[in-house]
Ligand binder design. Structure first.
Ligand SMILES: Nc1ncnc2c1ncn2[C@@H]1O[C@H](COP(=O)(O)OP(=O)(O)O)[C@@H](O)[C@H]1O
Ligand SMILES: [Mg+2]
Length: 293
């Protein structure tokens, strides 16, 4: 068993079966811990946890059958988004409701999966904080990035984000609160909606995050090294950035732009080596770097 040879085990995506973790945990500590993983695996548990910390989330209701969907639409209203509680990513497992839909048809599309209905948040923009907490409890966050999604998939992350000084501080404090409450060790992504009434938490990810890829070329210690430092008990990088950055995902046909991008001296190219470019498939990303503003 490989786990026997490991001092510590970590993960890069959250949909790991409990049975596998049970086996691994006998041989090596799992970092971030299982509570952090379980909390972020289920959108309903996640919302309960966040509300318990006094953080604000979008209005929501649990939906496990057609009747509950009808009740949820009555309570939460439209526009809203029906999301599977588990396994969703890149906008998958989500149906947007404008109002007037046949709810029986909508529910049928969910294949019996437990869901949450979320009120649609009219956000000004989206930001995320990539934070880390070390084995000694030290917390370090990167500057929040501003995220633009297209069709539910992250398109660009821009640093610095359009945030006031107090919003920037608020965002980082929220991330710190979450990290401490989970007794977290490793890197965590916190997705936030910026609204006129303050910051709402959209979701958390117990791992390095696509919106933190800019740190590869904008910081001395990037999020990947930061994560390894945290789980192995090393000192954390301080999160400082030395540049402004725009990260852009290369999705599907964007791969045609690679020759042009490779010739741009301000662009760092990161390709994942996936064999086939399909629509909606993340093939790589670029970081466009400029002097720190
Ligand atoms: N309640 C909401 N109101 C408005 N937009 C939303 C809401 N939930 C999700 N979105 C949009 O869809 C994107 C993807 O949804 P998210 O819940 O983050 O799922 P995923 O797990 O696929 O990242 C968000 O980043 C945001 O742009
Ligand atoms: Mg998301």
């Amino acid at each position: 068993l490989r786990a026997k040879a490991c001092n510590v085990v970590t993960y890069e995506f959250e949909n790991i079966p409990t049975s596998a973790l049970d086996i691994i945990e006998e041989h090596a500590p799992i970092r971030p811990n299982r509570r952090a993983l379980a909390t972020s695996q289920d959108r309903l548990d996640e919302k309960h946890f966040l509300e318990g910390l006094g953080l604000t989330v979008a209005p929501y209701a649990n939906v496990e059958n057609l009747q509950e969907l009808e009740d949820a639409v009555a309570a939460v209203g439209t526009p809203s988004i029906l999301k599977t509680r588990r396994m969703g990513y890149d906008g998958k497992g989500q149906i947007r409701l404008k109002g007037g839909e046949q709810l029986a048809d909508i529910w049928a599309q969910m294949d019996g999966a437990a869901c949450v209905l979320e009120g649609f948040v009219e956000f000004a923009h989206e930001v995320s904080v990539i934070g880390a907490r070390g084995a000694d409890g030290q917390v370090s966050c990167y500057d929040p990035g501003e995220n633009v999604h297209v069709g539910g998939i992250l398109d660009t992350t821009t640093v610095p984000a359009k945030l006031s000084t107090s919003q920037r501080m608020d965002a980082v404090i929220m991330a710190g609160k979450i990290l401490n409450a989970l007794d977290y060790i490793g890197v965590l992504g916190v997705e936030l909606f910026v609204t006129p009434n303050g910051l709402l938490v959209n979701e958390i990810a117990p791992r390095v995050h696509n919106s933190g890829h800019w740190t590869q070329n904008g910081c001395v210690i990037d999020q990947f090294e930061q994560h390894i430092r945290a789980v192995t008990g090393w000192p954390l990088g301080d999160g400082a950035r030395h540049a402004d950055a725009v990260m852009e995902n290369l999705i599907g046909g964007d791969m045609d732009r690679v020759p042009e991008l490779a010739a741009d001296p301000n662009v760092a190219l990161h390709l994942y080596g996936k064999a086939e470019a399909k629509p909606g498939r993340k093939m790589g990303h670029i970081n466009r770097i400029s002097p720190k503003s």
